[in-house]
Write a new protein. Structure first.
Lengths: 215, 215
């Protein structure tokens, strides 16, 4: 790979890492808005989605340009093709943070979640932030071993999602059907957020190590 | 575009169309299983997901080969790059059909949905099948005007999704919290199914007409 090639891919990588940072901020802010009922912060998350959409489009253009002008083959072509799909996954993660923020706005001035689930969603928010932070590190370092840590946070999100079902379906649930649906969908957004991060990490590991990509 | 190029892209297109057919069968069978509680049919949908995953991988490989060996540029490169992402969306639509089938299996021998929602889910199943059928036609014909029909079916799925919320949240809902969550998640799978079809159609329209791709 020539020095020029490296620099161009470095641009794409830098944009992917920037996406992970914006997504990390979005999911953290969305979670804070959810826990505090902060409408202004929810609006900020909703408005903050445009830069992510723009970055996704920019990465697609950059990869198109690299492919058009350099005719990359083998590993470099795999990296370019994967970058486009990783950007799509990261954009979708941003959308999921927006879904959470919109739920805060929909229920405002009422809280979007009952107090007894604050701790669960706080933990989901933390795991979701860590998972996208680690995803950024995988993109930056190409350290395949980080994918294992991502899988652990994803398991944590799955566990919290199941735990929430238990709470909602228990006889002690006093918040009715609408709140049950609200928190289930919210919880599913976090769970899907984790799944997308796993997809991104697996793509990179596949390129770095050549290990099969398990969908 | 040379004749050979055309043939290779024709292979990719044929595989994409095959994916739409498999996905159409999957969502129809999943809906039938949902409405009738047919466990064997649900199992068949779940087992039928492997060919879709394999086709997705095959299309990615084909596009990689075309790009490696022919260094396509301009419109052809856009088509090759988009084919990979369309395959991903179609695979995801297959996953959503599997989610529906798994819900049938989870609740068996009980029905997964109450009788009063049969008609709603029957309509969702029909709209979902039509949307993927039209998606196949767009891929086959490159007729951008079909995208409008896809948007209409997607609106229909969104409308049914909202209607279901009204049913579940009404005072007459007699099936409790668990059933409310079940049908909401199921309905969301159909809604997401439609969104993915719209994404596929928009990608193609973007390539065919050069109109901006609205994410």
């Amino acid at each position: 790979m020539s020095e020029i090639d490296r620099n161009e891919l470095a641009h794409v990588n830098a944009d992917l890492i920037l996406m992970t940072q914006l997504v990390g901020k979005a999911i953290t802010d969305a979670t804070t808005a959810l826990l505090t009922g902060d409408l202004a912060l929810a609006q900020q998350v909703i408005g903050g989605d445009d830069p992510l959409n723009d970055l996704n489009a920019k990465i697609e253009d950059e990869c198109f340009q690299i492919t058009s002008t350099q005719a990359p083959v083998a590993r470099k072509l795999r990296m370019v093709m994967s970058a486009v799909r990783m950007a799509t996954s990261l954009e979708r993660m941003g959308d999921l943070a927006v879904h959470i923020a919109k739920q805060v706005r929909l229920r405002y001035p009422n809280p979007a979640i009952p107090a007894e689930l604050h701790e669960t969603f706080a933990q989901m928010g933390k795991a979701a932030f860590k998972i996208v932070e680690k995803t950024g590190e995988v993109i930056e370092t190409h350290d395949a071993s980080l994918a294992e840590q991502i899988a652990i946070y994803d398991d944590e999100l799955d566990r919290l999602h199941r735990e929430l079902f238990t709470t909602v379906l228990s006889e002690n649930w006093a918040h009715g059907v609408e709140a049950a649906i609200d928190v289930t969908l919210l919880s599913r957004f976090y769970e899907r957020f984790g799944d997308h991060a796993v997809t991104v990490a697996r793509r990179l590991v596949h390129i770095v190590t050549g290990e099969p990509y398990n969908r």
